[in-house]
Design a protein around this ligand. Structure first.
Ligand code: FES
Length: 83
């Protein structure tokens, strides 16, 4: 069975295609985006991104198909850390 590609739109408006299970960091890099990292174990939250409104920790999750065929990614903001 042929696997269909997942279209991802990044905060810089670049669109890339990925397969389900691909690594967020590698696909982001292809779009010219660097997702910040810290612990790489899922505990610090430095790598959090919003994917179609849901917060995802990129270091402990892979790309999954959503209900929509387009995944819109933005950086998660934390109002407690904003000036
Ligand atoms: S790098 Fe710390 S939660 Fe992902």
């Amino acid at each position: 069975m042929k696997q269909s590609k997942i279209k991802i739109k990044w905060p810089n408006n670049v669109e890339t295609y990925a397969n389900e299970g691909d690594d967020w960091f590698l696909v982001a890099e292809k779009a010219g985006i660097v997702i910040p990292t810290g612990c790489l174990t899922g505990s610090c939250g430095a790598c959090e991104i919003d994917v179609n409104g849901d917060t995802v920790r990129a270091c402990i999750s892979n790309i999954k198909k959503g209900k929509k065929c387009l995944l819109k990614v933005s950086f998660t903001t934390d109002p407690f850390w904003e000036i």
